[in-house]
Design a protein around this ligand. Structure first.
Ligand code: ADP
Ligand code: MG
Length: 390
């Protein structure tokens, strides 16, 4: 655990005490995530491969037994929000408080006796940057409730409940990847997750030991208007599966892709979506094989292929993301791709340690030249999943 998260835990606990007039029962942390490869596969029952960031949502929490839920975030102006747990209702709340309330709602819906809590949290996960601050926020609350109410739920079970909170309570149609990543990732590893049966495997991904670095470039283009586009892609994938007579696009084998595309005839839009999803699942499997064989540098070109597929077939990139990828590759990066939902958010760049400064500088200069907002560049060290800190 890094010293900085210890410092955050201390200040979150202190603020909790000021707000609620007593020390918290405990402090928990849950990380944001970056998806290494496997984009827009999670709602097609496919494969994803996220890893956890060192950036976390840290929550100080105390248990209550009187049905009251009190919420406060250091990152949002405003007083403590007080709610009654038995009055929580899906899509009744359009504010940030819908995420933690949704988790309490989902736990109670599933029959768990969660009788209230006082929560104060603070986050170092950039919000709306495609790094899943929303899942980190849900998972930290779920884990705290799990511990404080002795629910005995496993990481993947908490992830499912958090997904339900976001789907039904918040009203955002997200897949299972983000919550599982935040709940289940391990330091120095990426998580190979089969989103159909939720089976998972920790894949060694310790770049520093091999003289490489992975950079996240937050374009600072907000992806908040992307919901409609996301819905369209999702509907298009479902249409593709229906036309091909499979439960989900995951069931189209890579070896049969050409035949499947031929069967889709003049459904050009659907063909492009299908091609992305089927090739992306294959890319995840290829990255897993390469990493397990210790051939880490060879994943670079696979990341680049993934970006081209998202840009040209899935059509969810944007000029800022494309500029990061093109500039980083020209400056000597091993690979780069957009990550997350698209239409902004962040890109990842894999580079030799010796090239990190040059790549960073090149991207910053290219953004300045293009008249884009200055990007935020930071190193992403594969870090631990959700945990209790004190
Ligand atoms: P992402 O998950 O990619 O960061 P989302 O739009 O899914 O983006 O989630 C962002 C939302 O999560 C914010 O609009 C806010 O409602 C909530 N959120 C994130 N971080 C915090 C925080 N520190 N405090 C309160 N709410 C937060
Ligand atoms: Mg989110």
């Amino acid at each position: 655990m890094s010293e900085s998260s210890e410092v955050v835990a201390e200040s979150v606990a202190e603020r909790f005490q000021q707000l609620y007039g007593g020390a918290p029962d405990g402090v928990w942390a849950a990380p944001g995530r970056v998806n290494l490869i496997g984009e827009h596969t999670d709602y097609n029952d496919g494969f994803v491969m996220p890893f956890a960031l060192p950036h976390t949502v840290v929550a100080a929490v105390s248990r209550r037994t009187d049905g009251v839920l009190r919420l406060h975030s250091a990152d949002v102006d405003g007083p403590v929000v007080e709610l009654a747990v038995d009055a929580l209702a899906p899509e009744s709340d359009k504010n940030w408080t819908a995420y933690p309330s949704g988790v309490v709602w989902a736990l109670r819906e599933a029959g768990h006796a969660v009788t209230g809590a006082d929560i104060h949290l603070a986050s170092t996960v950039p919000s709306g940057a495609g790094l899943s601050s929303s899942a980190a926020l849900e998972v930290v609350v779920a884990l705290a409730m799990n511990d404080l109410f002795g629910l005995g739920l496993r990481g993947w079970q908490l992830a499912r409940l958090c997904q339900r909170a976001e789907n039904v309570y918040v009203g955002a149609p997200v897949g299972i990847m983000d919550q599982t990543a935040s709940a289940c990732c391990e330091a120095g590893h990426a998580l190979f997750l089969d989103t159909r049966d939720l089976s998972q495997r920790q894949i060694p991904f310790d770049l520093a030991a091999e003289g490489m670095r992975l950079l996240v470039v937050d374009t600072r283009v907000k992806h908040s208007h992307s919901e409609g586009e996301y819905g369209k892609r999702r509907a298009g994938c479902e249409k593709g599966a229906a036309l091909l007579g499979v439960d989900a696009l995951r069931d189209v084998p890579f070896a049969d892709l050409d035949a499947a595309l031929a069967r889709l005839g003049d459904e050009e839009e659907v063909r492009r979506l299908v091609r992305h999803v089927v090739t992306e699942d294959e890319r995840v499997e290829r990255v897993v094989s390469l990493l397990e064989a210790g051939d880490t540098r060879a994943i670079g070109p696979v990341l680049v292929e993934g970006h081209a597929s998202l840009r040209d077939d899935f059509r969810i990139s944007c000029p800022e993301l494309d500029l990061v990828v093109d500039t980083a590759l020209t400056a000597g990066a091993l690979g780069a791709r957009m990550t997350g939902g698209g239409f902004g958010g962040s890109a990842i760049v894999l580079a030799e340690e010796a090239d990190v400064l040059a790549v960073t500088k090149a991207v910053e200069e290219a953004f300045a030249q293009a008249g884009f907002k200055a990007p935020r560049v930071f190193e992403a060290v594969p870090s631990a999943g959700a945990r209790r800190m004190r």
